[in-house]
Design a protein around this ligand. Structure first.
Ligand code: PMP
Length: 364
């Protein structure tokens, strides 16, 4: 068969390994593995979400709701916008990126993405024949280089991705910098707030002022539903209407729909999850500071970025040694803008943090 030229040239995207894969590869028991590789909620899902999914099981012979009006209203209430400003993605926020691609990308168009940042923007948009224009995330100072974003804008720019807190560095983008970008372009500025609950700040207040602002979020982090694949986006009603024209109609399963509603109605779970991960993050940060051959960066999310070059090991080696001992972290070598000496570690339960610290101390 003859696939598209673009697809022929693409490399597959390789996400982090699962607990099952690691257990098999290293001969470990699944229950002994500490997974700190994908920035998930370590406390498990909301019990209300589990009950809601159990109840919904009997209805899975029926297609999902396609309008999702109740969920859009509940997300709107949680976020402080109107229901017609909400779009739900059934393959997580990653589906929202795909829908943005289908809505905005003509062949030859450009999108701006700082480096290092979330890799999936570029991976998804390359199949739309779009060109990346790279801006700079200053890792040392953990802040966006605003000028580099402004300089990357051109007449062909259709999308600008600003991730705050930024994955994998954990730094925040100043609201004034977001404003400056919004005012410098007609392109859609996509502010990725996947981790905003751990930062305690967000940019929803800018939505009424800027038609070219879109905010993207997920149920995979503080909401504890990474396995259910639910994301959402907030924008102007006109933008959301365009995006619905190209969104897959039934991508949100009945179980995901039920789980999302139940979790949003369990505000106490969301609050407790955020509070726990923040406490755990600060513990892990303090403990990592005590290693004299590791540099740890301040983070506003549920992960920490580590510079491990002074250990004399590459990230791939260190990650492999941790894996053998049952701890999964993210080797950041594939992130554009980082060399081969960076590790990202998710914040776990305090017990998981301690196991990571013990194992790390044995290796470095
Ligand atoms: N944005 C950022 C910054 C992320 O880190 C992630 C998850 N790794 C996503 C978006 C996508 O989240 P999901 O597809 O699980 O909703």
């Amino acid at each position: 068969v003859k696939v598209r030229k673009k697809v022929n040239e693409m490399e597959p995207y390789v996400p982090g390994k699962s607990i099952k894969e690691i257990a098999e590869k290293y001969g470990l028991r699944e229950e002994d593995i500490v997974k700190l590789g994908s920035n998930e909620n370590p406390l498990g899902p909301s019990p209300a979400a589990v009950r809601a999914m159990e109840e919904e099981l009997e209805s899975v012979n029926r297609y999902p709701e396609s309008g999702l009006q109740d969920l859009r209203e509940t997300v709107a209430d949680y976020s402080g916008v109107d229901a017609e400003q909400v779009i739900i993605g059934g393959d997580g926020a990653d589906e929202i990126i795909e829908v943005l691609g289908k809505t905005f990308m003509d062949p030859g168009c450009e999108f701006v993405v700082p480096m290092p940042s979330y890799m999936y923007y570029e991976y998804t948009l390359q199949s739309h024949d779009a060109r990346p224009a790279y801006a700079v995330w200053n890792v040392e100072e953990n802040r966006l280089e605003l000028d580099s974003v402004l300089e990357s804008l051109s007449d062909s720019t259709r999308l600008v991705f600003l991730c705050t807190p930024n994955n994998p560095t954990g730094g925040l983008i100043d609201k004034e910098d977001i404003r400056a970008v919004l005012e410098s372009t007609d392109a859609l500025v996509v502010v990725d707030e996947a981790y905003f609950e751990f930062a305690g700040v967000n940019n929803v207040d800018l939505l009424p002022e800027y038609e070219n602002l879109f905010i993207m979020r997920t149920f995979s982090k503080v909401m504890g539903l990474a396995g259910m694949r639910i994301g959402y986006g907030l924008g102007s009603p006109a933008l959301i209407e365009y995006m619905h024209r190209v969104k897959p109609v039934f991508s949100l399963t009945r179980l995901s729909h039920a789980a999302a509603l139940a979790t949003l109605n369990d505000r106490e779970y969301i609050r407790r999850s955020a509070e726990y991960s923040i406490k755990s993050r600060e513990f892990l940060y303090r403990e990592l500071k005590k290693f004299d051959n590791i540099r740890v960066f301040r983070s506003y999310a549920n992960y920490l970025l580590l510079d491990i070059r002074d250990t004399g090991k590459r990230a791939s080696e260190l990650a492999e040694e941790l894996l053998k001992r049952g701890v999964i972290v993210r080797d950041c070598t594939s992130f554009k803008g980082l060399d081969e000496y960076w590790i990202r570690v998710s914040v776990g339960t305090l017990r998981e943090d301690r196991k990571f610290l013990e194992v790390l101390a044995e290796i470095v």
